[in-house]
Design a protein around this ligand. Structure first.
Ligand SMILES: [Zn+2]
Ligand SMILES: [Zn+2]
Length: 160
């Protein structure tokens, strides 16, 4: 864990997100607050359905359309990114400073997981900075495959 990683807490992230919302004149609603906290706490990107389920479980009285509109507003100000790896599922993630993620994506169902291994390309990033003169260099890696759920489904079809 580096110094920069240690200094960023969920509260810092929330403050950063709320600042961005304020700068862009997004009204600080109950839904906005909930959404930001939930997405900061989530490790993996979430679908609208997953967010809706979490909202219901958490007792937030909010219909899917309102939730969707709120996410679109966050996407509009560049705070949320849509990961549209697959037609059937859109995943949403917050873009947070100092945070980078690499992904594993299922070819069949479009499920997205954050890869839990040490990122292999940070040295490369330093080299890119040095050689290109770019600042704010960042990256995301995407690995594709078939998830365990889909493998299981294939097996049970084959066994029939
Ligand atoms: Zn799958
Ligand atoms: Zn990486």
């Amino acid at each position: 864990v580096t110094e920069t990683c240690k200094s960023i807490t969920p509260e810092n992230h929330l403050a950063h997100c709320l600042d961005r919302c304020r700068q862009n004149n997004l009204r600080r609603t109950r839904v906005l607050n909930w959404l930001l906290r939930e997405m900061i706490a989530a490790i993996n990107p979430l679908t609208l359905t997953q967010l809706q389920e979490r909202a219901e479980a958490g007792g937030l009285d909010c219909d899917p359309a309102t939730l969707y509109r709120q996410i679109m507003k966050l996407e509009g100000i560049g705070l949320v990114r849509r990961l549209g790896f697959h037609q059937r599922s859109n995943y949403f993630k917050l873009l947070l400073p100092g945070q980078h993620q690499d992904y594993l994506i299922c070819d069949q169902c479009g499920a997205v997981q954050v890869i839990d291994i040490e990122c292999p390309v940070h040295d490369l990033e330093d080299e890119v900075v040095e050689k290109s003169g770019f600042t704010g260099v960042h990256h995301e890696l995407e690995f594709f495959g078939v998830c365990p759920d889909c493998q299981q489904a294939e097996k049970s079809i084959a066994a029939r």
